[in-house]
Design a protein around this ligand. Structure first.
Ligand SMILES: Nc1ncnc2c1ncn2[C@@H]1O[C@H](COP(=O)(O)OP(=O)(O)OP(=O)(O)O)[C@@H](O)[C@H]1O
Length: 723
């Protein structure tokens, strides 16, 4: 078990300006006699009404560094908040973290006896499934402090509602805004929600940003949301006293193991076998991998698998990722957090659990693969070694280009030391080896056993393929691309490490020598689901597919032809649908325009008695439009102009663009020579004809290219082409 190392600062009653007695009593009821360095540095500055930007290692006590000043400032101002008025808002990137902060706040409020209420505002919570429910709850409770995630908070604070109800929350008297894991808030693309929230909060508020890692985006936020902030940076020295600075707690030891990807699972199991009664968190890059390895681990813990994973102590396996429903997320989090001491527990998760979570007594953090965002690395490791306790972290690096990650992190003040390869003898005894990649037949046997599980359980088989494919896709998303190069990744060994029965067909595998991968001999169609309902449904579908295949084989259709046919049918129907939609939109536009013109023309025709004029107008609806906008011209002039234009339009239809321009220029010259004022309407018409000619030329070229039928009506189509 991890032991506590005292790394604390001054007592709480030394804070200047002094904290109120109820708050001092509350922290002492927690058994916290001394502040941590970040609390000592931050609380006085926040209390002196400064905005703060706080950067301190994981597990250093940042939560109380903002919770205490929030309560103290609200108390000190003796702020009388109405039923719907909010005094402080705390924003967190994940629901779990928001819930945790809300719990800490609630406990402190209870211990102080202060009459403020806090409320948790997160999406997908079991208590309020939508914003309307949330607002109804808020109306009933009348909280003073809100803790939540950006989207739902934006809904509640800014009144962006889906149900047309007005928000009944007022932030006019808000005193404090805190953003925990502020850099993550921006990385996760919450910037728009944050900006919306800032825009409705009073400018005279205090703002605090807290994180263990700062980013460039954060300095942008400092510029936009804070006023002359005081920057608090708590530095950690290396334990060996060489004066080196580190971004991680001094009580945290991080090891790395350069290990072929197909040995990882055996290494993890041996780790667990060697260290009983420990709490582990294992990070994966994708939700699919979490689900898959949870299934495998659970099966490995069954009595029949004890030959490969022999443990004589109870082990509970949990999983947590962002695609799980909220209720399950909450149950997992609570289950793992409340695991009784002396029991071994393993939480498999993605980065949704990398930040801020204060799960008690986590002894070891293992990273199956490094995170795509390098900043997450320190946060993941920081789930252990919290508040002065010691803790261990281990990351697997694939041989090839990933070894460079060690130096990359060292430059970012995250030091690591090499780990030893864990070896298991034939009796199942585990020991640490000095050599890096020994022959490891027991690891190979374990993989074969996992494959045999896959060959008898379709859910494991399907999930394995999904996990592998999603891993490859996530590998391409690594921010440190110069280290994580897919070309240099031993992808076949990765597939072996995922205990796949066969390689999936994917472009990333094209051109790779696959000889090292031995396909598992099995009838893949026969692999059943353990769940009888799913299996029944699968068999029914399989029957239908087989019957169809047989029918096509009998009718002589080749597979490639069938595929081609299917593809062309899909493409054809898609294209047809699109064409119809375009046509529909076009017809709508024409109808709308015609209705408008018809109205104008009707009024005009009613006013015209000259039959010649009427005829000219019928031939040229564009003229009707022009006549309405040039009422100062006599109708007769307009008709002459129109007749001339119609003649000319018909002529230019067969002219090239150069000829049209030359013609227009000649007309202009003639007009200039005759010293007559050129009519602007007429100039517009020439311009229009030239423009239409340009369009016609373009369409002609395109049509020639596509060899499609081409028609273009320069008089009426108003620039709309028909192909
Ligand atoms: N003054 C204190 N004395 C002893 N323990 C403390 C003190 N302040 C906080 N702690 C404990 O330290 C642990 C870590 O605190 P907290 O979760 O606030 O860390 P953090 O800096 O926010 O970490 P992270 O960066 O991972 O979010 C908690 O269990 C908390 O109860």
């Amino acid at each position: 078990m991890a032991e506590a190392v005292p790394i604390f600062g001054k007592p709480w009653d030394t804070v200047q300006p002094a904290l109120s007695q109820p708050i001092l009593d509350a922290v002492s009821s927690y058994g916290f006699d001394y502040m941590t360095p970040v609390q000592e540095a931050t609380i006085p500055v926040f209390l002196q009404n400064h905005d703060v930007v706080v950067e301190a290692a994981t597990g250093s006590g940042k939560t109380l560094a903002f919770v205490i000043p929030i309560l103290e400032l609200l108390l000190r101002k003796k702020l009388k908040l109405g039923h719907s008025e909010i005094g402080a808002v705390i924003i967190s990137p994940t629901r779990e973290l928001a819930k945790q902060i809300h719990t800490v706040l609630g406990e402190i409020l209870l211990a102080t006896g202060i009459n403020y209420k806090s409320h948790l505002v997160v999406g997908g919570s079991s208590s309020a499934t939508n914003t309307a429910d949330e607002l109804a709850m808020l109306k009933e409770i009348g909280p003073d402090i809100l803790v939540g995630t950006p989207g739902r908070l934006e809904d509640v604070i800014c009144g962006r509602l889906k149900h047309g109800k007005k928000t009944n929350v007022s932030v006019k008297k808000l005193e404090l805004l805190v953003m925990d894991e502020a850099d993550r808030l921006l990385d996760m693309g919450f910037e728009a929600s944050l900006t919306a929230i800032f825009s409705v909060l009073p400018r005279q508020r205090r703002t605090g940003l807290f994180s263990a890692t700062m980013s460039e985006a954060l300095s942008e936020l400092v510029r936009t949301g804070l006023r002359n902030p005081v920057r608090v940076q708590v530095k950690v020295q290396d334990k060996d006293g060489n004066g080196d600075e580190r971004r991680i707690p001094s009580t945290l030891s991080i090891q790395y193991l350069v290990c072929p990807p197909d040995r990882k699972i055996a290494q993890i199991l041996r780790h667990i076998q060697m260290n009983s009664a420990q709490k582990y968190i294992i990070y994966f890059s994708t939700c699919a991998a979490v689900d898959y390895f949870q299934k495998l681990l659970r099966r490995l813990l069954s009595p029949t698998a004890q030959i490969y994973f022999k443990v004589d102590f109870p082990v509970s396996v949990f999983s947590l990722h962002g695609q799980m429903i909220q209720k399950k997320r909450e149950a997992t989090y609570d289950g793992f957090s409340q695991l009784p001491p002396g029991e071994t527990g393993i939480l498999l998760c993605t980065d949704v659990a990398s930040r801020g979570l204060d799960i008690p007594d986590v002894d070891c953090v293992i990273q199956w693969d490094p995170p795509t965002d390098p900043k997450s690395f320190a946060h993941r490791c920081g789930r252990t070694a919290r508040a002065g306790r010691s803790g261990q972290a281990l990351v697997f690096l694939n041989p090839g280009s990933e070894e460079a990650y060690v130096d990359f992190l060292a430059l970012r003040k995250v030091p690591m030391v090499p780990a030893r390869y864990l070896w298991q003898d034939d009796e199942g005894n585990t020991s640490a080896l000095k050599i890096q990649f020994p022959q490891d037949s027991r690891s190979d046997e374990l993989l074969e056993f996992l494959r045999s599980l896959s060959a008898t359980d379709r859910e494991i088989y399907d999930r394995g393929k999904m996990a592998f494919v999603s891993f490859v896709q996530s590998y391409l998303k690594h921010e440190a691309k110069f280290i994580f190069r897919l070309k240099e990744l031993a992808i076949i060994e990765v597939a072996k490490g995922y205990a796949l029965l066969h390689l999936p067909s994917m472009p990333e595998l094209r051109g790779r020598p696959t000889g090292r991968f031995v396909k598992y001999e099995a009838d893949y169609d026969a692999i059943p689901f353990m769940d009888s309902v799913r299996e029944k449904r699968r068999l029914e579908k399989l029957e239908i597919a087989k019957a169809e295949k047989k029918r096509q084989a009998e009718s002589g259709e080749s597979l490639s032809k069938r595929k081609k046919q299917k593809k062309s049918n899909e493409a054809w129907s898609d294209a047809k649908e699109l064409k119809e939609r375009v046509k529909e939109r076009k017809l709508k536009r024409i109808k709308k325009r015609d209705a408008k013109h018809a109205d104008e023309e009707a009024r005009l025709m009613a006013a015209i008695s000259d039959p010649k004029l009427k005829e000219a107008l019928e031939n040229d609806p564009l003229l009707a439009k022009r006549m309405l906008s040039h009422r100062d011209k006599s109708l007769k002039d307009m008709v002459e102009m129109s007749t001339e234009r119609i003649k000319h339009t018909k002529k230019v239809e067969h002219m090239t663009l150069e000829e049209v321009i030359a013609d227009a220029k000649a007309k202009q010259r003639m007009q200039y020579n005759s010293s007559s004022d050129s009519s602007s309407a007429e100039e517009d018409d020439w311009e229009m004809v030239a423009r239409k000619e340009k369009v016609r030329q373009r369409l002609l070229k395109e049509a020639q290219k596509k060899k499609t039928k081409f028609s273009f009506d320069p008089g009426f189509s108003d620039g709309e082409e028909e192909m």
